[in-house]
Design a binder for this molecule. Structure first.
Ligand SMILES: [Zn+2]
Length: 296
């Protein structure tokens, strides 16, 4: 179990998968071999796999348990979902739900599911297959999603020219909870429980949000996909190939790193490999990682 107390709040990482994913040279549009090479000594082998040239990626959710509520931040890729052209996410059969239960959260106990954005690896467990139909996995939950992001992906899903895996993602993992009236469209400043606040963090997707946690002077930022790999802390100008607005994504990434450095908030992204979270130190407009919970 990988759990940590932040103030009075228990945060547990629920893993779906971890391993080599996209090649670094393809993943970063700004990739420069010499610049990357200078970081390889600390990236390999945990965050980068030199033999394959691939970034090593974790796909996980964050379970947030407060005195009053059980909250899930992002819901990974899900099981049995057809994702044509995306073999990493296609027709998975992982024990993610068992891991969630082992962390103390049966599906019925989840009060809120918060989606940082509506990409394939962040909404999958919103639904599960039941007698051939996609039904909400968490029957008592409100599903909080960015109004802007929802509008964008709803439009994509209606476009027959859009990639099938993107249409499928909306139709099997977002639409069923919207149709059941379980989705709550949120904007910057939306509060959940008395310790979580949704903050606009767009650029990776049109309506991407981050979730800020504050409890008894302790802070964390669930930054979704504002950054994917730890190398994007020193190289914060580097985007992912999946960032839709690269200038805005860069501004958002910088803003999150400034916030973490100034407030001491623990950075808790959706895809960092162990120890999965870090503190940030700023020097001028440069940033350094200060790994937290390593070896604990
Ligand atoms: Zn992601």
């Amino acid at each position: 179990m990988q759990e940590r107390m932040i103030g009075d709040v228990r945060v547990t990482r629920i893993e779906e998968m971890m391993g080599p994913g996209f090649p670094a040279a393809q993943f970063f549009p700004e990739f420069d071999a010499e610049t990357f090479k200078a970081h390889e000594h600390w990236l390999a082998p945990r965050y980068y796999d030199p033999p394959s040239g691939k970034l090593v990626t974790s796909i996980h959710s964050w379970l947030v348990q407060t005195a009053r509520h059980t909250i899930l931040i992002d819901s990974c890729s899900g099981n049995h979902k057809p994702r044509p052209g995306m073999p990493r996410f296609d027709m998975l059969n992982s024990p993610w739900l068992d891991r969630l239960a082992a962390a103390g959260a049966q599906p019925e106990a989840v009060d809120f599911v918060m989606c940082t954005h509506l990409h394939v690896d962040h909404v999958g467990w919103n639904t599960r297959l039941d007698n051939g139909r996609w039904v909400p996995t968490f029957p008592n939950a409100q599903y909080l999603m960015s109004r802007t992001d929802h509008q964008h992906w709803q439009t994509v899903a209606r476009d027959p020219e859009a990639p099938a895996f993107e249409r499928n993602t909306y139709n099997d993992s977002v639409l069923p909870v919207v149709e059941k009236g379980m989705a709550v469209m949120v904007e910057d400043g939306h509060a959940c429980d008395d310790c979580l606040t949704v903050r606009a963090a767009d650029g990776h997707t049109p309506g991407h949000v981050r979730v800020d946690l504050a409890s008894r002077e302790r802070r964390a930022v669930f930054s979704g996909d504002a950054l994917h790999n730890p190398v994007q802390v020193p190289l914060w100008r580097w985007n992912s190939a999946f960032c839709t607005d690269r200038d805005q994504a860069r501004r958002t990434r910088q803003g999150i790193l400034v916030h973490c450095a100034e407030t001491g908030a623990l950075l808790m992204p959706a895809h960092f490999c162990p120890p999965h979270a870090a503190r940030i130190k700023a020097k001028g407009d440069a940033f350094e990682l200060d790994w937290d919970w390593e070896g604990k």
